[in-house]
Design a protein around this ligand. Structure first.
Ligand code: NZQ
Ligand code: ZN
Length: 379
């Protein structure tokens, strides 16, 4: 096992009606609240009213920024930060999925350090402080509610990138599984794929971490068992709760302790596809993971076999990949670019985007030739 430091300062409140204490919790940080949310789902499902009621109950002054889109833009963060600065806010309350909460994390940093959010994202400016963030999660997928990561895209630079900082952890996150009852089937399934991908990105890192391996295997099994059930019964509390907690644990550090690193190659590929075609995050991962495994199957067969043995009771690398693909298909997630109507004519564009934007953080580095092969395998 490798040396590691476990750090996770987020206070996570999980269960029925947990957001009923949000007002009091927020009050500890001040009264001027920047309330951030997306394109209106929270108004349609009533969560917005519940949160506003909480904030009003402690006489908070609410300033709003809404309209954040899936695959969020740095432009929204710049605008939200301007509004936050102008109003001298004390804290941010973010209500939504990963896109809203990630945007809020960078908004908080941009306000507190009075700086350009993209300079933060590109690690050109090192923030020293931030504004307290309270997250109300409405979609189980990314794990952002209990981690230090944020992902944004920028149309000027042609990138969708992640930024990680210990300042990014929400002070509090409220996770009421009932808040996810209204998530549509496609996004519910993408969330299941995303949490499986996060677990596997840890699993395919370097270093022997037996317990972390077991956490991964358990989280993926949980996703494979309850994912299909929640799609059949979207308002089943226990199914939603199991998936919500699985998604948090998939990317809150638990699966990585004791490893040297992870392998974020699949996310790198996925972010480039999302950037080009505005594809939902999870939908890019079900496509990219299958291609990545096919590329790696003769390079890391023992590791893939171990996974296959645990998940599907097989000792065959090929069967492991086929079984994972079959699972993704069974929950109506795409496994080829053609499934999302991206044809051969886009192959060159995707390849160029992937060659241009490459991240660090890959245990099994992808050469330019590997990237070309992966695009071919995704077609
Ligand atoms: O915009 P609204 O109206 O809120 O609608 C959203 C959006 O259309 C809707 N939605 C959310 N909660 C709902 C709901 N609809 C009905 N009922 C509810 N309760 O779902 C759609 C997708 O929302 P989004 O926030 O984009 O989804 P997700 O949570 O999957 O977040 C994806 C983003 O997070 C990034 C991704 O790259 C992507 O940009 N990631 C962030 C990570 C992190 N911070 O740790 C790690 C991940 O790997 C990922 O990269
Ligand atoms: Zn992800």
């Amino acid at each position: 096992m490798e040396n590691f430091t476990a750090y996770n300062p987020t206070q996570l409140h999980f269960g029925k009606n947990v957001a009923d204490t949000l007002g009091e919790t927020a009050l500890a940080y001040g009264k001027k609240v920047l309330l951030m949310y997306g394109k209106g789902s929270v108004q349609r499902n009533g969560i917005y009213d519940k949160i506003v009621k909480q904030l009003k109950s402690v006489h908070a002054e609410i300033i709003e920024y809404n309209g954040i889109k899936p695959n969020p833009l740095v432009d929204d963060v710049s605008e939200a930060a301007q509004i936050g600065k102008l109003n001298n806010i004390d804290l941010i309350v973010a209500v939504g999925g990963g896109s809203v909460i990630d945007s809020a994390k960078i908004t908080a940093l941009a306000i507190a350090n009075n700086t350009d959010p993209w300079a933060i994202m590109k690690y050109k400016f090192k923030p020293k402080t931030t504004i307290p963030l309270i997250a109300v999660l409405t979609l189980a997928a990314t794990g952002t509610e209990m981690n230090g990561a944020a992902v944004l895209q920028n149309h000027e630079t042609g990138e969708k990138i992640g930024y990680v900082s210990s300042l990014n952890y929400p002070k509090h996150s409220f996770l009421d599984p009932e808040f996810t009852f209204s998530v549509p089937k496609n996004y519910t399934a993408y969330g299941v794929v995303d949490l499986i991908a996060h677990s596997l990105e840890a699993y395919f890192g370097e270093g022997d971490a037996s317990l972390s391996d077991r956490f991964v295997e358990a989280i993926v099994k949980e996703a494979m068992e309850y994912g299909p059930l929640v799609l059949k019964e979207p308002e089943n509390y226990d199914y939603r709760a199991n998936i919500m907690w699985a998604a948090t644990t998939a990317l809150n550090g638990l699966t990585s302790y004791g490893r040297k690193n992870g392998d974020w190659g699949v996310h790198d590929i996925g972010h480039n596809i999302s950037y080009l075609y505005d594809t939902a995050h999870g939908a890019t991962l079900s496509i990219a993971y299958i291609a990545w495994l096919k590329l790696q199957k003769d390079r890391i067969p023992a590791r893939i076999k171990k996974l296959g043995n645990q998940l599907f009771g097989t000792n065959s690398v090929d069967e492991t990949i086929v079984n994972l693909e079959t699972f993704f298909k069974s929950i109506d997630c795409p496994v080829r670019l053609s499934d999302i109507k991206i044809g051969k004519e886009k192959q060159e564009e995707i390849t160029q985007q992937m060659l241009k934007n490459q991240i660090d953080g890959m245990a099994h580095k992808l050469s330019d030739d590997d990237r070309k092969q992966i695009v071919e395998l995704m077609m």
